[in-house]
Design a protein around this ligand. Structure first.
Ligand code: CDP
Length: 338
């Protein structure tokens, strides 16, 4: 009970082929693809799975990729970004909202600011950096930057954390709510200047999930004022996220998947070796009643976890990630890197 308590109802995932593979090697047959039901279960998974020696397993990766490919269809390796190829001029996106669906047209002015075509070749080694404070004092920066492609979440600042979190960035998510929390909705010119200056840290794609009509409105405002050459500000493709969400819903997930978990799905479709850092949905270290862990490594926020839990189920996500680790599909790094 040092770890934040989150009780969950168990629901089975149904990835038959992988389950069979696991069943033949597991002495806890049937546990794989179950969500953790409690902190005890998650810690059990953590201790038994993550403390074993890890090997990447190309055939398990292929099986899981295939499962994803079937679930996502044409979205499997495509449409993570709205670009000029996948979105015709004046295309109208329909957004679901609680009251009624709402529409927003991609005007000519926006269309010309979209990237021409975003596609990825297969990438040998990728890192995804989650935002947990567990990454502090890990000295994993070099390890993270060894990857050919680094995914990061929510414009986590880089410069001050290079030793632990590295500095390379190829795909950095930018939740539109950051415009409110850090840049006062860009209401004054100095907020805009600060925003543009901060964004210079990142390379390649700064990717904003603008999945409602209102956030799309804000994101297109940003697109119009974005004049940096260091990177591109791009818009997430709403139906891609929806497809990944549905994939996990049909396997028992009830809540909205987190940015980090979404990125794992995006990366699995294109990375041969996928390394995760900073994924730890607890506010304490597992073996220490004393040592607390920041929710975000770069800021001292104390989130209202009951609010977070209304939207996300990070513990179930984490138990799935541990199982993917055990199958050699991803590698979760916890603790210090050498
Ligand atoms: O956008 P979101 O609120 O989901 O993410 P965030 O708090 O900026 O963190 C980025 C990602 O890191 C999350 O989506 C989680 O997948 C992961 N994370 C974690 O595993 N443990 C934490 N304490 C915080 C974040």
């Amino acid at each position: 009970n040092e770890v934040v308590s989150r009780t969950r109802s168990a629901s089975k995932l149904n990835l038959h082929s992988i389950m069979e593979e696991y069943d033949s090697t597991s002495n806890r047959t049937g546990q794989i693809w179950n969500f953790a039901t409690s902190e005890t279960e998650t810690i059990y998974l953590y201790k038994t799975l993550l403390t074993k020696e890890h090997f990447f397993n190309a055939s398990n990766l292929a099986i899981f990729r295939n499962e994803l490919r079937l679930g996502l269809g044409s979205y499997f390796n495509n449409n993570v970004v709205i670009d000029q190829q996948n979105t015709p001029r004046n295309y109208t996106f329909t957004f679901e909202s609680k009251k009624k669906s709402s529409k927003k047209q991609i005007s000519d002015d926006i269309h010309k600011r979209l990237p021409n075509n975003i596609s990825y070749e297969v990438i040998p080694r990728c890192s995804i950096v989650g935002n947990s404070g567990l990454i502090l004092n890990s000295t994993c920066g070099n390890d993270i930057d060894k990857a050919d492609f680094v995914f990061r979440c929510n414009a986590a600042p880089l410069k001050a954390f290079v030793v632990d979190a590295g500095s390379k960035s190829n795909f950095t998510t930018f939740n539109p709510s950051i415009l409110e929390t850090r840049y006062q909705k860009l209401s004054q010119p100095d907020n805009v200047t600060r925003f543009l200056n901060d964004m210079k840290e990142y390379r390649e794609l700064l990717w904003a999930p603008c999945y409602t009509a209102v956030t799309m409105e804000n994101c297109t405002k940003v697109l119009k004022l974005y004049n940096l050459t260091e990177n591109k500000f791009v818009l997430g493709y709403p139906s891609h996220f929806k497809k990944v969400q549905e994939f996990w819903k049909t396997r028992g997930f009830k809540k909205r998947i987190t940015t980090g978990f979404y990125l794992v799905n995006v990366a699995i479709s294109r990375c041969r070796e996928l390394h995760l850092y900073g994924f730890w949905p607890f506010l304490q270290e597992v073996d220490s009643a004393i040592k607390s862990v920041r929710y975000h490594y770069f800021e001292e926020i104390k989130p209202d976890l009951s609010k977070v839990e209304k939207v996300h189920d990070m513990q179930s996500e984490f138990s799935v990630l541990l199982q993917l680790h055990n199958l050699g599909i991803i590698k979760i790094h916890i603790g210090r890197c050498n």
